[in-house]
Design a protein. Sequence first.
Length: 163
Amino acid sequence: MKNKLLLCGLTLALLVMGACTAATNTNNANSNANSNAANKNAANTNAAAPANNNTGAAPATETAGAAQDFTLHNKTGVVIDKLFVSPSDKDDWQEDILGQDTLGDGQSVEIKFHPKEKAAKWDLKVEDNKGNSIEWHDLNLMEISEVTLHYDKDKGEGTAEVK
C-alpha cells in the first residue's frame, strides 16, 4: 500500500511538473519568436519596419526613433503589395517589410528604423500584386521625413516627391 501511495504521489508530482514545464517552454518559445522577429526587423541589413506592422512583434524602434524614419504616402493609383527598403550600398533587397499587409492607394505608413542604424542613403522598391515594380535609389533619409509616390500610367513612370 505504501508503494502504491508513493507511486501515485510521484506520478502526480511528475504530471504537475510536466504541465508547468510545458507552459514555461511555450511562453519561452513565444517570447523567443517575438524577440527574433524584432531582431530581424532591427538587423542592420533590414533595419526598417513599418511602425504599424502586423507581424506580432513590436518594432525595436517603438520607443526611440532614428534619423532615417519617414512616412511613405501611396499616391500611385494602385495597391502596393510589397515594399523593400535597403541601404544603397547593398545589392540585396532583403525581405518585404510590409509582410502580409498591403498599402492601398491614398494610404500612408510610417517606416521606422533601428535607433543604431547609421546608413544615410537608401533605396526603395515597391511592387504591385502582378509583380510590376518601381525603384528609387540614393534617397538620403537623414534629410527626408516624407516620401510620396506617384505613378503616371500614360508615361509608365513612377516619381517620388520628398520632404
